[in-house]
Design a protein around this ligand. Sequence first.
Ligand code: BGC
Length: 363
Amino acid sequence: MKKKIFGVLLAATLTVSSLAACGGSTEAPAADAGTETEAPAADEGGSDAAADSALADKKVGVCIYQFADNFMTLFRNELESYLIAQGFSKDNIKIVDGANDQATQSGQIDSFIAEGVDVLIINPVNSSSANTITDKVVGANIPLVYINREPNADEEQRWADNNWNVCYVGCDARQSGTMQGEIIADLGLDKIDFNGNGKIDYIMIEGDPENVDAQYRTEFSVKALEDAGLEVNCLDDQVGMWDQAKGQELCANDLSKFGNDVEVVFCNNDAMALGALQAIQAAGRTVGTDIYLVGVDALTEVVQDVIDGTITGTVFNDHFSQAHSSADAAINYLNGSTNEHYIGCDYVKVTTDNAADILAKIS
Ligand code: BGC
């Protein structure tokens, strides 16, 4: 098994915060649900024997929305090493940081087109810019693989209608939200309802609301509680932009405002859950005893927290599978083959039951 040590980056510069409606359902682009892929592929990975010498001269441009994102750091590191293992030369793989600014990223895409890259892998800053990006890249006759931030259904339909070499690789965020809700629902009302009002009193800390992952996780985590027959009460729903420091700040505010009424903290990702955990501990609260906390991603630190009982659970967002699938899709295009326009991947629920196994796979 390939072992890797990933550093955890602390994203610290985001300041955006806006109020999102409690319990408001979101209108989000539909992803093709239920696409099947293999379970966690941590120990897959190209061997040198599989390396294709025809790829050594091919140039790959990779645009990441922001390097200071824990999850995308795991993703891009795995993507680079897998591309190399498949036969690309390290010098021909250029990975750039969009610094969470669409104008910066659009300039980077222009430069890649001018340089004449053979294929582009793009994690858009704004998925709503996909239409413009696609037109540009397709116009330059370069195959395109979108990752992580899913363009909307109309945009994906265009790729199919025009038979373009454009696809999306990612997971269906509805599944991750549902799993978060199930982790909490499975505890049962009696264990959660510390204030005895018969409801699950929760706060929601959201990622970037432009991002369908944030929209769906917010909606489907709560839906899973309701589907389990539980009554819910949203105390607060705020935007933490996927950022740990923001997650800490928002959770600290809510704990001081709502005190012991906060029974569950839902975070759209693990970075914000790590921030929330800092706030919970600073407020003298104890996860598993008087509050519950769930995230998404399965960052190493968080999986260790699940084992230690300091975070209730998380959901493995399989960056190995997604990185490999996006590289494989790029290679297919370079070899003159086509891809499905939507290439999916399954999330995995992480609780004390399987956290040790997941940790072994990701570390
Ligand atoms: C991950 C987040 C990450 C975001 C970036 C999501 O799928 O769960 O941790 O910040 O992607 O777009």
